[in-house]
Write a protein that binds this ligand. Structure first.
Ligand code: HEM
Ligand code: HEM
Length: 225
């Protein structure tokens, strides 16, 4: 069973944009970063480094925009309703998430066919998405710590000394790439496992067809997929 969350209020257009920009920046950084680590064809190092140094700012500015927008943009805060509230509420503990951790885990490990319906994001989904913030900041910190123009700043040398030198910092930065790749693989799988409506919404801003809402904005009918 799918949950009827694939209407525009769930992901206002600005979040469709931030998701796209984040995805493009991630692909560009992983590709150029992998090339810097392992130049698997010749003559591209200048471009790869230039690409990396450009998209690292795109990634961080986009993250800042997404976080600031959470305090100003309204989005649906529970499944099955067009009612909106400030988006940041989706990222804090919500009453609608309570007592749902165990059922969600059972669903993910195939002990249960259906998952709970409550807040816009499930318990583990919320935790995983929030975790992308410190993960991105860790990539930024380890990246700037090996970036010549700023690597001498005390803020970065403190970390570089703590991990035993810039070569170790570089290796940590490299492994963070794999953390992102792993997150993205699991995320893309789970996002599509019940059908493509969530992706149609987050990428094309297309609503699930045939949804019917009552005067208060609650879903009263429509297709499951
Ligand atoms: C704000 C974020 C980031 C900053 C400031 C940053 C910065 C850097 C810098 C300065 C280098 C060294 C390049 C050189 O000297 O030629 C580098 C290498 C690299 N970056 Fe990033 N980066 C960031 C995000 C990312 C992300 C998100 C990924 C992967 C998804 C990534 C993957 C890599 C890889 C694999 C390398 C090569 C490391 C090695 O030589 O083993 N970076 N990055
Ligand atoms: C293959 C590429 C990807 C696909 C198919 C995909 C799919 C999706 C879908 C369908 C949603 C909406 C989920 C829902 O409504 O329940 C979503 C949201 C999200 N995705 Fe992705 N995604 C991809 C890449 C990424 C990457 C690379 C990242 C970060 C590293 C990411 C982080 C997020 C976050 C943080 C959200 C919440 C969005 C918000 O509220 O602003 N995604 N994604």
């Amino acid at each position: 069973m799918s949950h009827p969350a694939h209407y525009r209020e769930a992901h206002p257009f600005i979040f469709v944009m931030t998701h796209w920009i984040n995805l493009i920046a991630m692909v560009a950084l992983a590709f150029s970063g992998f090339y810097i680590h392992y130049p698997f064809f010749a003559g591209f190092m200048g471009v790869a480094r230039g690409m990396h140094f450009f998209f690292m700012y795109v990634l961080l500015i986009n993250l800042a925009v997404r976080i600031i927008a959470a305090f100003f943009v309204k989005s649906a805060t529970r499944l099955g309703s067009r009612e909106v509230d400030t988006d940041i509420k989706n990222w804090l503990p919500q009453k609608l998430n309570r007592h749902q951790l165990i059922p969600w885990i059972k669903y993910y490990i195939f002990l249960k066919k259906d998952h709970p319906i409550g807040a816009k994001y499930g318990v583990l989904q919320k935790i995983a998405y929030i975790a992308t913030v410190p993960l991105t900041l860790a990539a930024a910190y380890t990246g700037f710590a090996i970036y010549a123009p700023v690597m001498d700043w005390a803020f970065f040398t403190a970390g570089t000394d703590a991990v035993g030198g810039p070569m170790n910092m570089r290796i940590i930065h490299y492994y963070l790439m794999w953390a992102f790749i792993l997150f993205t693989a699991i995320h893309a799988y789970l996002a599509n496992v019940e059908g493509f409506s969530p992706s149609r919404l987050i990428f094309a801003w297309k609503e699930e067809e045939g949804l019917q809402f009552d005067a208060e904005g609650k879903i009263v009918g429509g297709t499951e997929h």
